[in-house]
Design a protein around this ligand. Structure first.
Ligand SMILES: *[C@@H]1O[C@H](CO)[C@@H](O)[C@H](O)[C@H]1NC(C)=O
Ligand SMILES: *[C@@H]1O[C@H](CO)[C@@H](O)[C@H](O)[C@H]1NC(C)=O
Ligand SMILES: *[C@@H]1O[C@H](CO)[C@@H](O)[C@H](O)[C@H]1NC(C)=O
Ligand SMILES: *[C@@H]1O[C@H](CO)[C@@H](O)[C@H](O)[C@H]1NC(C)=O
Ligand SMILES: *[C@@H]1O[C@H](CO)[C@@H](O)[C@H](O)[C@H]1NC(C)=O
Ligand SMILES: *[C@@H]1O[C@H](CO)[C@@H](O)[C@H](O)[C@H]1NC(C)=O
Length: 431
């Protein structure tokens, strides 16, 4: 008996040492929180920087600032929101709105008081920025230099920890075939500029990119190992794959993890797993820890033709109605979805698709495909546990149930579930 105890004790010490060695040798997973500053305009439930729980995130990405199409300066598209009282934006989109007021960039930077380890970045570009403008900037050293000088000034002025570049998408739309190469040059020059800035400020800077996740976008625009040489990490937005459009009106989920055998060949590529594997297939397995899987905190909705027409592939009438807070057709925040369900749990049919590994719900002629605490856990097990990626990005943190409208176990139930599962893999991953 005592021998057994001694043996177990010995084994226990051995296992503990083994584990702690492993944990020490490994960099921890990132949890990147995209923050949409315009969430302040949501009626009744305005979101402000102070609403962000900075201890949940390792990085907060303030989204988005613009880049001038002619002189490649970084500028605020919404000075009233982004800049401080009396500060003026020299190059506003809207001349009537060029004076700062709410100071949200600084109020986001101030979150470092709550969590000294959190890194606050701004994202440049996004859906409102033309691919051509980035292409013109990136192609030639003189234009890149204008952009980077302006960016460094911004980083210094607001005491940011770095920047994210969201070029949607290199080599796509009105971009150019050589954009993929130019994108690497931009990241290379930005890294050099940050290294230079460090010699003056003594601080380190984080450089990231926001990337699309479909095969066409990846093929046309991303030299993954080239980019990985210079960036801290790349956030892969592996969602919004399928939704209602004029040409595709049949029910589909926007963010499946895996496909169904019965899916068409093109549809089999529209999953998070396919996107991640396709990135890795670009000679990127050795830099997998620089890839971060993006998970959305929104659902995509349909209005059904009839209550019974609620299965995948069946035709729909159109986009679902706007949410009472986010006010956009066809899209609902996670907190609007759980709130809707909570108002009348009995009215909703809940389903979890065991091929796609995602939840969807329907009620009469309303259909919602989204991610919940269970599907994000499955995505993390795939991305971190199986594919050894470097973390998760949540887009947007302000779509999560920050005010605990749904009276869940905690505020930010989605981000909290992500954090918990990332911690699990930090403890349990063998390397
Ligand atoms: C913020 O999140 C942490 C978990 O990371 C939690 O312990 C804490 O209670 C949260 N803070 C607030 C104000 O909700
Ligand atoms: C650099 O920017 C200028 C001004 O926008 C533009 O005319 C020029 O074509 C750009 N250079 C390249 C190589 O794209
Ligand atoms: C390095 O930074 C200093 C100060 O910001 C600047 O004057 C200089 O031009 C920079 N050098 C390079 C090579 O970017
Ligand atoms: C910056 O990074 C270097 C190398 O990783 C590290 O040694 C140093 O402590 C960091 N400095 C700060 C101020 O975080
Ligand atoms: C693949 O990556 C390795 C280093 O990670 C590099 O040495 C090699 O040149 C790359 N091969 C190709 C075809 O890009
Ligand atoms: C609905 O509200 C109850 C408490 O009233 C809570 O226990 C439950 O978790 C909520 N459901 C959802 C889906 O958030």
């Amino acid at each position: 008996m005592s021998f057994c105890r001694g043996g177990l004790y010995f084994l226990g010490v051995f296992v503990l040492q083994f584990l702690s060695l492993n944990v020490a040798a490994q960099e921890s997973n990132v949890l990147v929180c995209y923050y949409n500053s315009e969430s302040y305009y949501r009626p009744e439930l305005p979101f402000e920087p102070a609403n962000i729980n900075a201890t949940l995130c390792t990085h907060v990405i303030y989204s988005y600032l613009g880049m001038g199409a002619e002189i490649y300066n970084v500028y605020s598209r919404n000075p009233g929101l982004d800049l401080g009282p009396g500060e003026t934006e020299p190059f506003p989109d809207d001349p009537d709105n060029s004076i700062g007021e709410l100071d949200f960039i600084r109020k986001t930077v101030v979150l470092r008081q709550d969590n000294p380890a959190v890194k606050v970045l701004v994202s440049i570009g996004g859906p409102l920025q033309s691919s051509r403008s980035f292409s013109n900037m990136a192609r030639h050293v003189a234009n890149r230099t204008l952009f980077i000088r302006s960016l460094i000034k911004y980083v210094d002025l607001y005491e940011l920890d770095g920047i994210d570049l969201y070029w949607k998408y290199p080599g796509n739309g009105d971009g150019r075939p050589e954009d993929g190469e130019s994108f690497v040059y931009v990241m290379r020059d930005l890294r050099a500029a940050f290294t230079n800035l460090t010699t003056f400020t003594g601080r380190n800077y984080t450089l990231t990119g926001t990337l699309g996740c479909t095969k066409n976008v990846i093929d046309a625009g991303y030299d993954v190992t080239g980019l990985a040489q210079y960036v801290d990490f790349l956030n892969l937005l592996c969602f919004d794959f399928k939704m209602y459009t004029d040409s595709t009106s049949n029910i589909a989920h926007h963010s499946p993890l895996f496909h169904k055998e019965s899916d068409s060949d093109p549809d089999k590529q529209l999953t998070a797993a396919y996107g991640v594997d396709y990135f890795l297939s670009k000679n990127a397995t050795s830099v997998s820890r620089k890839l971060v899987l993006g998970i959305s905190a929104h659902g995509r909705t349909y209005e059904l033709g009839a209550p019974d027409y609620n299965n995948f592939g069946q035709p729909t009438m159109g986009l679902g109605p706007p949410g009472s807070f986010t006010r956009q057709q066809g899209i609902l925040s996670f907190y609007e979805i759980c709130h809707e369900v909570n108002k009348s749990t009995s009215a909703w049919q809940f389903r979890y698709d065991h091929d796609y590994r995602i939840p969807y719900i329907c009620n009469d002629i309303m259909w919602i495909g989204y991610d919940n605490e269970i599907s994000v856990k499955e995505k993390i097990d795939f991305a971190i546990g199986t594919k050894n990626l470097g973390g998760i990005a949540i887009d947007f943190i302000d779509y999560d149930d920050f005010s605990n409208l749904c009276k869940s176990w905690v505020s930010y139930p989605l981000a909290s579930a992500i954090k918990e599962r990332l911690n699990y893999w930090e403890i349990n991953k063998k390397r």
